[in-house]
Ligand binder design. Sequence first.
Ligand code: AHG
Ligand code: MN
Ligand code: MN
Length: 313
Amino acid sequence: MTNEPGSTPFQVDLRRHLREREEDRDLTRVIYELATASRYIINSIRTGELGVAGTSNLYGETQLELDVLADRIIRKRMTHTGVIACIASEEDDEIQVVDPNGKYSIAYDPLDGSSLVDVNLAVGTIVGIYKGADVLSPGRELVAALYVLYGPRCTLVYTTGHGTHEFAMNALMEYTLVQEDIKIAETGNIYAPGGTRNKYTPAVEAFVSDLEDRGSKLRYSGGFVPDINQVLIKGHGVFLYPHLKGLPRGKLRLLYELNPMAFLIEQAGGAASNGHKRILDVEPEGIGHCEPVFIGSKADVAKVEELIRTLES
Ligand code: AHG
Ligand code: MN
Ligand code: MN
């Protein structure tokens, strides 16, 4: 969906983009409401006011942690769509049932990287959307996923299984299309390694050494959303938060962080693996399930899988 040469440029907004793709109206609504929620979240991040418009009535004068506030903003809007069955949030110990007959369920991390807010680094919201009431399904059952990146610009990246598309918030706080059908190259020269190196296992150490020998550039901010966004928008590279000595399941959560990102990256032609298999094929054992992750350019992910096969099995 680009402008014809010579024509007056027009801006494609998120709602129109979804409508033109003939996505289900209720799914469109859920995605659109998440986009609206992000306006309030970015406002709270930017101003530090934790009783933002639209929520102050509900929460009164109480000052909330930013991630708790972000959770409430999203939860409220999602509940009001009338189409949500279940809500699983990183900020909640239990899955909440909104309506057992609801059409969609969501699993989300309302504010990923919240410890980076104080130091003014970028943070994000990550959401996975499932059909029906079962959020404890493998990620291959996702019907849509998105993240919002609260950086110097506020951008939203979504997929409904037909490519991965980037939007940016404009002065009117509307999301307009930046890039449609983003593609990630087979191999890259950016790497974002999570965890501490002295805890790396032999295969992961060999993988990172190989990346360094190839002249890959270290690009790690400590925020999963900006770090993944860099790989996606630059169109190459790999992010890892591996299994570590003493932490065999890594740190990142399958439901709230890994599955939505894996869906988005696969839709851009990349890959996401736990070192043995596709992230989207991992059966969740519970809402807090963590997995190691290697995600980004396909050949880079295949390379680490091969090293793990040969050095660690
Ligand atoms: P959250 O703020 O939702 O708990 O998650 C932060 C995540 C992610 O953004 C990042 O990749 C990772 O934690 C970094 O963790 P460490 O700095 O603890 O290694
Ligand atoms: Mn998180
Ligand atoms: Mn979080």
